[in-house]
Design a protein around this ligand. Structure first.
Ligand code: NAD
Ligand code: G6P
Ligand code: MN
Length: 454
């Protein structure tokens, strides 16, 4: 049986130990000969790597392990790149969230102005690691979680059309885990679903069990009363902001009680409510730093100091399970049905063919094949047209170094009240992102001149 070689790009990510745990738990179904971490912040990565080295040594000493900041070392001889980089790290996520809130606008990692700002940082970072992969392991696949997935996907579609990159999201998986619990099933892939939308902007239109039974009536009854919130007992370890998010699904579901909403629609459908309820001095980044980041890094330090996995607290989760399931589908040509972000090209028949949509695909060793989701209703179509334009304008702005396109993108975002507010936020974001964004030109001619010189 072939044994695989994997590199986790963004080895210093808080999600890395979870992926390692899933990989180690699945060695019988997905054998590994080599696992590498790559990150451009060696210090951050080292904390995670020192612990993972101990975990691997104790659980599967036959696996060769290496952590590096050298692209050649990291990307040579790999079958899969599991990418999860955060360009600018939490320090910049903090600004993405807090700058818009200064103007009463949603401050969010992937939605609204914050998501657009993050997009303009991520495009270059993801292209860089994709190019490393193609240079050092041209046959490898990149499974990419790096956000904002929709803007990154549009950029890679346009700028690296032939690359073997699959952009993915764990939110539908997380919601499906909840749906499965509601109907008494075990896990996300016990459900067979139909789904359409953009990343963090989609709806389920059919949910069945593996025998083909319709689960929608039971789910409708439940979600109309509780959203995706489970019982108190099942939610004991859920953070308050995530609880609020799962509860809000009751309200987003009310807008179309036929279809089940992705939780991120709360920011677009209840924009004012959400913005009004965010604390501009303590946003989600603060929660993540005080919660997940602290937990992961302190647990890693403990394991490395003890040189033992006694009392190990890391466990596989839906995020890590999904990326490993997807790798297996490619590795073994399983033709499993999975949600990925892919060029529409008819999957949603009444929607722009060149949009990057999130739809179920059949995944095998040649990648994903989209399933036809048919026509979508006017409410969703109108909303999706607006959002896809925002994402395409953001990529235009990055490619053309265009201030105007980015101003248009922010103005068109449903989260922003008008062009005036958009401009104020944009001007603040430009200053904050100086190190990461291309220098934007206000004059289109000037930008063209610069492009023709580069
Ligand atoms: P994190 O900051 O803990 O980890 C990101 C790592 O990426 C850091 O160690 C950083 O040094 C590294 N990095 C930044 N720029 C890099 C570059 N150019 N090259 C190599 N490494 C680089 O962040 P996190 O909270 O663990 O999240 C990691 C990423 O995964 C984020 O992009 C996040 O949005 C994404 N994510 C996506 C999904 C999804 O549904 N698509 C789910 C969860 C997390
Ligand atoms: C979900 C989404 C990701 C997003 C994450 C944020 O998993 O699918 O795209 O990055 O939530 O979670 P956080 O805990 O970092 O706020
Ligand atoms: Mn996501």
């Amino acid at each position: 049986m072939k044994k695989f070689s994997i590199v986790i790009a963004g080895g210093g990510s808080t999600y890395t130990p979870g992926i390692v745990m899933t990989l180690l738990n699945h060695l019988d179904k997905f054998p590994i000969r080599q696992l590498k971490f790559y990150d451009n912040d060696g210090e951050r990565q080292k904390v995670i790597a020192d612990a993972c080295e101990v975990i691997i040594r104790e659980k599967a000493p036959e696996i060769k392990f290496l952590a590096t900041t050298d692209p050649e070392q990291g990307f040579t001889d790999v079958d899969f790149v599991m990418a999860q980089i955060r360009v600018g790290k939490y320090a910049m996520r903090d600004k993405d969230e807090k700058i818009p809130l200064k103007y009463g606008v949603i401050g969010q990692e992937t939605c609204g102005p914050g998501g657009i700002a993050y997009g303009l940082r991520s495009i270059g970072g993801v292209l860089e690691i994709l190019d490393y992969m193609e240079k050092y392991s041209p046959n490898a696949w990149m499974l990419n979680y790096s956000n904002p997935a929709s803007i990154v996907a549009e950029a890679t579609r346009r700028l690296r059309p032939n690359s073997k990159i699959l952009n993915i999201c764990d939110m539908p998986v997380g919601i499906q885990e909840r749906m499965a619990a509601i109907v008494g099933l075990k896990q996300y892939n016990d459900l067979e679903v139909r789904y359409f939308g953009l990343n963090h902007f989609g709806w389920w239109t059919a949910i069945r069990d593996k025998q083909g039974n319709d689960l929608m009536p039971k789910l409708r009854e439940y979600v109309s009363q509780h959203g995706y919130l489970l019982s108190d007992k099942e939610e004991v370890s859920t953070q308050p902001s995530w609880k609020a998010t799962f509860g809000m699904a009751q309200n987003t579901f009310a807008l179309d009680p036929e279809r089940f909403p992705n939780t991120y629609l709360q920011y677009y459908l209840y924009t004012k409510y959400e913005a009004d309820h965010m604390n501009p001095d303590y946003t989600r980044t603060d929660e993540v730093r005080d919660g997940r980041e602290k937990f992961v890094f302190s647990e890693c330090r403990r394991i490395a100091a003890n040189q033992s996995i006694e009392g190990l607290k890391f466990t596989p989760d839906e995020h890590s399970n999904y990326i490993v399931d997807l790798s297996r589908a490619i590795a073994y040509n399983t033709h499993e049905r999975m949600l990925v972000i892919i060029e529409n090209d008819g999957a949603v028949s009444n929607f722009e063919p060149a949009a990057m949509v999130e739809v179920p695909c059949i995944v095998g060793s040649n990648g994903p094949e989209r399933l036809a989701m048919g026509k979508i209703p006017r409410f969703q179509k109108g909303f999706l047209e607006q959002q896809v334009a925002v994402e395409k304008l953001a990529v235009d702005a990055w490619v053309e170094h265009s201030y105007l396109k980015l101003w248009q993108a922010l103005t068109l975002s449903h989260t922003v009240p008008d062009a005036n507010v958009a401009k104020k936020i944009l001007d603040d974001l430009i200053v904050a992102n100086k190190e990461f964004w291309p220098e934007l030109k206000k004059d289109k001619k000037e930008a063209e001149a610069e492009l023709s010189l580069s």
